[in-house]
Every structure is written in structure tokens, then in C-alpha cells.
Design a binder for this molecule. Structure first.
Ligand code: HEC
Length: 104
């Protein structure tokens, strides 16, 4: 009985986006990426305009060493060639989850 309840709680935690520690929301990440990143990166299939020498998110996701936690961390750190984004930890995690969802 106790174990069963625990499992339900875990399920709720994973599916609810209001639980910031666990749940990264790839759908929200997609929205953020389209708003903040699409001027330079190809963020989604079918996007026709972006900077030529910037890796697409699909290409980032295909790398063998891709890791959503590392990526979220990278996004929180100011990047020399990228403008500084006002991303929260949760938002960085959501974007990383979205890029992870592009992995083949
Ligand atoms: C003003 C243009 C610009 C915007 C906007 C931008 N980027 Fe970038 N991004 C770049 C450039 C240029 C590079 C390549 C940097 C390099 O080669 O050192 C890069 C590199 C990256 C990389 C690393 C790719 C690699 O080679 O490892 C990631 C991940 C990334 N961007 C994610 C994002 C995300 C997520 C956003 C939106 C929150 C974003 N970028 C918005 C210009 C931009």
C-alpha cells in the first residue's frame, strides 16, 4: 500500500510542470527557444531563417556527448558569442529538455 502510494506521487511529480526540481517541460522549452533562440539557431524543423554559422538545435542534440543537464548548465552561464538571456534554472532545464527531445 505504502509503495503503491509512493509510485503515484512519483508519477504526479514527473507529469506536473509545477514541480521545478523534477519536471522539465519540453513543450515550454520549445516556446522559449522559438522566442529567444530562433533569431540565430534553427530551433525546429521547417524553420527557414537563422544565422548560417550557428549550430541548429537538432545538430546539438545529435552529438554523442549530449547531456541535458550539462546543456542546462551551459545556458545559465553567459556565453561569449551569445547575448545574456534572463533564463531561470527551470527555463534552462525546459529548453535543454526540448533540445533533448530532438535526439533521433
Ligand atoms: C545572437 C545570436 C544567438 C542567439 C539569440 C542564441 N545563440 Fe546560441 N549560439 C550562438 C552562436 C554564434 C553560437 C556558437 C558559439 C561558438 O561557436 O562558440 C551558439 C552556440 C550555442 C550552443 C552551443 C553549441 C555548441 O557548439 O556546443 C548552444 C547549446 C546554444 N547556442 C543554445 C542557445 C539557446 C538555447 C538559445 C536561446 C535561449 C540561444 N543559443 C540563442 C548564437 C546565438
Amino acid at each position: 500500500m505504502y509503495l503503491h502510494l509512493r509510485r503515484i506521487c512519483l508519477l504526479l511529480a514527473v507529469t506536473s510542470s509545477s514541480s521545478p526540481a523534477l519536471a522539465a517541460d519540453a513543450g515550454h522549452g520549445a516556446d522559449l527557444a522559438k522566442r529567444w533562440c530562433a533569431s540565430c539557431h534553427v530551433v525546429a524543423n521547417g524553420q527557414t531563417q537563422a544565422s548560417a554559422d550557428v549550430p541548429s538545435f537538432a545538430a546539438v542534440a545529435r552529438r554523442p556527448d549530449f547531456n541535458p543537464e550539462k546543456l542546462a548548465f551551459f545556458l545559465l552561464d553567459p556565453h561569449p558569442k551569445m547575448p545574456n538571456f534572463p533564463l531561470s534554472r527551470t527555463e534552462a532545464g525546459d529548453i535543454a529538455a526540448y533540445i533533448g527531445s530532438l535526439r533521433p
